[in-house]
Structure formats: structure tokens, C-alpha cells
Design a protein. Structure first.
Length: 261
């Protein structure tokens, strides 16, 4: 599968510029990457499989990829407010959203803040509570250093942006956001009325029981747990290997969800 030509550019967003790429045409589907990554890095396989069916809008969030940096702490609310500015700039009134990991948490926050801008959500490996992540996760984050960041994420960042200070800023802002993660306020998920497709792996960083709890809280949600880890159901695994069959299945289910009435 090859990728056709894209449009790309920068949108103003609350004092910085957010980088975007657009593939295909049709109903808009906004793709939001996980922490430490970039839009195309997380969604290359998705773009290959869905570019002929939707207008795919791939974003690099603040401090990531080709987007500009902030020195203030990252928040999921700020990411949501940046996304709405990009939609306004691109004259997109309403869209569906596909977020992975921190990107999934971001789009759930977006739907709670801007419900009128959302058609459907695919939230993959996202969490809304500290207890929803594997036991020991936050202890590990508190003692982690930039030297042990997954090599593929470091290589991806520096390939796009070779500035070591920007790389350090991204790592510090991402780490602190997770170390200081606060549970979503009570009632947040219950107020999200759009259709939501929750996805996770049985060996994910996010606990399956947390995803099941989220499904119960959301008024209109489906849940799919796959034999997978944190994201290899939709992208390369940590060793750079691609499970084509598993990814084909995931994206088929995503497309089926998006096309359901």
C-alpha cells in the first residue's frame, strides 16, 4: 500500500503554529498521536488504509513533530483548544476523531469541551484515571530519564526536528503531564453523547478493566480488546515490526464503526 500526495501546512493555534497534513477526501477524520510521537509516525498504517475513504487530517500536537513549542506545562485541555483552532483555520465545522494513547485522552477531553464539533470518536489505548494504567506506571515515570526514552520515538523526533533543546522540552513536558495526571472529573464521560469506539490490547499499558469501565460510563460506546500491546494493533511495534493482518483487522473495524448509521 502506497500513500498518495498530501497537503501540508501550519495553522495558528493559541499563540503557536500547529503542523498538519491532509490525505484523501470525503468526511473529515482527525488523527491525534500519542505522547512523544508525531502524527504520521503513529498513523502511517492508518493513512495507507483509509486515505481513499476519508479526508484524513494528521496533526503534530504542541512540542511534537514539526509543531512549535511552549515552555508552559502541557495539558489535555490545551491540546483540545489547539485542535479546535486548527479546525477553524481549515473551515471544518464537524469531524470524527481517532486518537492513540495520550491522543485518545485528548479527543475525549475535546468531546467534553466541544461536543458540537464531534461526529464520532475512536479512542485507542487512552485513559481517564490514574488507576486505569498498569500498577507501577507512575513510579516508573517518576524515575524515568530522557536516556531511556524508546529509541524509535527519539529517532522520529530528531529526524523531523534535530534541535536537542526542543527534544528535551518535549520529553520534559510529556513526562510531567503524565506524572501529574489527574482523573477526569466525575460525569465527564457520561456527558459525551456521540458514538465512541474504545480500542485496547490485552497486554496494553491501559488496563482492560479500565476500558470496560469507560464503556459503561459513556452513553454510546463500543469496546474492542485485541491480542496486542500498546499500539501494535495499528502501527509498528517497539521493534519496528508490522503485523499486517492485525492492523488490517483493526482498521476494518474502525471503518465499519465510522460508516455505521
Amino acid at each position: 500500500m502506497s500513500i498518495t500526495n498530501s497537503k501540508f501546512g501550519y495553522s495558528p493555534a493559541n499563540g503557536i503554529k500547529i503542523y498538519y497534513e491532509i490525505y484523501g477526501s470525503g468526511k473529515p477524520l482527525v488523527l491525534i498521536h500519542g505522547g512523544g510521537s508525531s502524527g504520521f509516525c503513529d498513523f502511517e498504517e492508518t493513512v495507507k488504509r483509509l486515505q481513499e475513504h476519508y479526508q484524513l487530517i494528521v496533526l503534530d500536537m504542541q512540542n511534537h513533530g514539526r509543531s512549535e513549542h511552549r515552555k508552559v506545562p502541557e495539558t489535555f485541555e490545551q491540546d483540545a483548544r489547539d485542535i479546535v483552532k486548527v479546525l477553524d483555520y481549515l473551515a471544518i465545522v464537524k469531524a470524527s476523531f481517532f486518537g492513540f494513547s495520550n491522543g485518545a485522552t485528548t479527543i475525549l477531553k475535546f468531546a467534553s469541551l466541544f461536543p458540537g464539533r464531534v461526529d464520532k470518536l475512536i479512542a485507542a489505548s487512552g485513559n481517564t484515571k490514574r488507576a486505569g494504567l498498569l500498577d507501577g506506571f507512575f513510579d516508573s515515570m517518576a524515575t524515568s530519564t530522557i536516556e531511556v526514552m524508546p529509541p524509535y520515538l527519539k529517532e522520529n523526533f530528531l529526524k523531523i526536528n534535530p534541535d536537542p533543546e526542543d527534544f528535551k522540552n518535549m520529553y520534559e513536558k510529556d513526562s510531567q503531564r503524565m506524572i501529574n495526571f489527574q482523573d477526569f472529573e466525575a460525569g465527564t464521560l457520561e456527558d459525551i453523547c456521540c458514538p465512541v469506539f474504545l480500542i485496547g490490547g490485552d497486554q496494553d499499558v491501559v488496563k482492560g478493566v479500565h476500558l470496560a469501565e469507560m464503556q459503561k460510563q459513556l452513553p454510546n460506546a463500543r469496546l474492542m480488546i485485541l491480542p496486542a500491546n500498546h499500539g501494535n494493533y495499528m502501527m509498528k511495534d517497539f521493534d519496528g515490526e508490522i503485523d499486517e493482518g492485525l492492523i488490517d483487522f483493526t482498521i476494518f473495524q474502525v471503518k465499519k464503526f465510522l460508516e455505521a448509521k
